[in-house]
Design a binder for this molecule. Structure first.
Ligand SMILES: [Zn+2]
Length: 92
């Protein structure tokens, strides 16, 4: 699974995220149980599908756990750099 496909899981993802045990945010790089997501973090899009916003930082950069990739900080960092164009050295 490539990074673009994984990043797309941050949009209209409420169903998938809420079904997984944990989720990760590639903006603030936190991985946490989806039980911490409350209704205020779930925003309806125009077509009625819902997007989960991060309960830590309030950015819509949350991806679910998946059998298709390993949800860890190095994955989140990679997505962060690709998405927000911050230099990788920022975190070293
Ligand atoms: Zn976050």
């Amino acid at each position: 699974m490539n990074y673009d496909s994984i990043r797309k899981k941050s949009f209209k993802n409420a169903f998938e995220v809420l079904q997984s045990q944990n989720c990760g945010c590639f903006y603030c790089l936190k991985i946490y149980p989806t039980s911490e997501i409350n209704e205020n973090c779930i925003i309806a899009e125009n077509d009625g599908k819902e997007t989960v916003w991060c309960s830590k930082c309030g950015i819509d950069a949350v991806i679910p756990e998946s059998t298709e990739y390993k949800l860890d900080v190095s994955l989140l960092k990679k997505l962060h750099v690709d998405s927000f164009e911050i230099d990788d050295d920022f975190y070293d």
